[in-house]
Design a protein around this ligand. Structure first.
Ligand code: PMP
Length: 381
């Protein structure tokens, strides 16, 4: 979609894009400065495979300070983006045909990553009624003796929903019956919360030893292009993940690691609050707008991240003004793009009846894009 938007814009067409999966903010200054300094030092040795010790210490310290979780640096494996951290975790855990539970909608890469690791994805649909969260009942039904892992994403891309302590406790109760199951907790949006604080499954004493956390610097620290993420895991798994990484990409870019270190050492709330405030303002605007003008999309107020996942079932099966029937979210995405507003069809997230819109775009673009979205949807008959 992003490529098509670029092409249309290059051809002179005005397209409003609500696609972006990365903050529309620059890398914070202290991180920029640390990166420049790292370059000026003039040395570019191979970094340690699992990451600079100083950064691994800072990550362990961050999780301790923020969530009270006691990790040692030897449990942290720094990677070229958190996507690699997730893949390392899966390669470490999964034998062929092992089942991995994916609550849907899921982030697009989980499914192919599980398949690349030769696991069997077990997709568990959720609905807006449960705020797109996995319920204990649905989890219980999906678990089997062959289940090896459950991937949770909190706050979630694409829905913005986030698990509360009570909700995680209810899941933990079910998981107690299946001690062979690991929890991979994707916490990349953990710092982008609007009301409550993030809760990690690892904060539950009964899940602490069974949880692998993945996180990174692409969202809150706005440096997706510098490719840096990490895995925190029980030590034998962290060691295995390090071996996997040692034979594939080796250690992550040392300039990005030094920038990330400066980020973790700075005053995070001061550093991040302008961005979070801007996201919150946009979120509130979109929620109010959609609730008034597109209630049939069942807008759900996101608690974190920067997306809305909108149900578009009511518009499917209808005809465009040129007489084409819009059968699914992909076709709807194509039609909306023709009408000058770009959204992401839900198909890649496990639903062909939803589209995702992002508010990591300027409020002005949102204010122009939403009326166009409404107009285009209302033109379907
Ligand atoms: N998990 C989720 C839920 C994401 O949205 C993304 C980025 N879109 C990633 C992981 C991967 O991020 P990165 O590899 O840039 O750290």
């Amino acid at each position: 979609m992003a490529q098509r938007v670029r092409e249309l814009r290059a051809a002179g067409k005005a397209v409003l894009s609500l696609l972006l999966g990365e903050p529309d903010f620059p890398v914070p200054l202290p991180l920029q400065e640390a990166a420049i300094e790292a370059i000026r030092e003039g040395h570019a040795p191979y970094p340690p495979v699992a990451g600079l010790l100083s950064l691994r210490e800072a990550i362990a310290e961050y999780y301790h300070r923020t969530y009270g979780l006691p990790y040692t640096p030897s449990q942290v494996v720094v990677s070229n983006g958190s996507k690699q951290a997730i893949f390392n975790a899966l390669l470490t855990l999964i034998e062929p045909y092992d089942e991995v539970i994916l609550p849907a909608p899921y982030w697009v890469s989980y499914l192919p990553l599980v398949q690349l690791a030769e696991g069997r994805p077990i997709i568990v649909p959720t609905t807006v009624a449960s705020h797109y969260k996995l319920t204990p009942e649905a989890l219980s039904e999906a678990l089997s003796p062959r289940t090896r892992a459950l991937i949770l994403c909190t706050p979630s891309n694409p829905t913005g929903s986030a698990y509360s302590l009570a909700e995680l406790q209810a899941l933990a109760e079910v998981l107690q019956r299946y001690p062979q199951v690991w929890i991979i907790s994707d916490e990349i949006y953990e710092l982008i919360r609007y009301e409550d604080r993030h809760v990690s499954p690892a904060q539950l004493p009964e899940l602490y030893d069974r949880t692998l956390i993945t996180n990174g610097f692409s969202k809150a620290f706005a440096m997706p292009g510098w490719r840096l993420g990490y895995l925190i895991a029980p030590r034998p798994l962290a060691e295995a993940a390090t071996k996997v990484q040692g034979q594939t990409t080796a250690g992550a870019n040392i300039i990005a690691q030094k920038a990330a270190l400066a980020g973790l050492k700075s005053n995070l709330s001061l550093l991040l609050s302008p961005m979070i405030q801007a996201f919150k303002e946009r979120r509130d605007y979109i929620f109010a707008y959609l609730s008034e003008y597109l209630p049939e999309t069942k807008p759900y107020l996101p608690q974190g991240a920067f997306y809305f996942f909108l149900e578009v079932a009511d518009f499917l099966g209808k005809k465009t003004p040129t007489g084409q029937t819009v059968l699914d979210a992909d076709a709807l995405g194509d039609y909306l793009l023709e009408q000058g507003v770009a959204v992401v069809p839900g198909t890649g997230f496990g639903s062909n009846k939803h589209v995702r819109i992002s508010y990591a775009v300027a409020l002005a673009e949102i204010q122009a894009g939403l009326p166009r979205l409404v107009e285009a949807l209302r033109a379907l008959a």
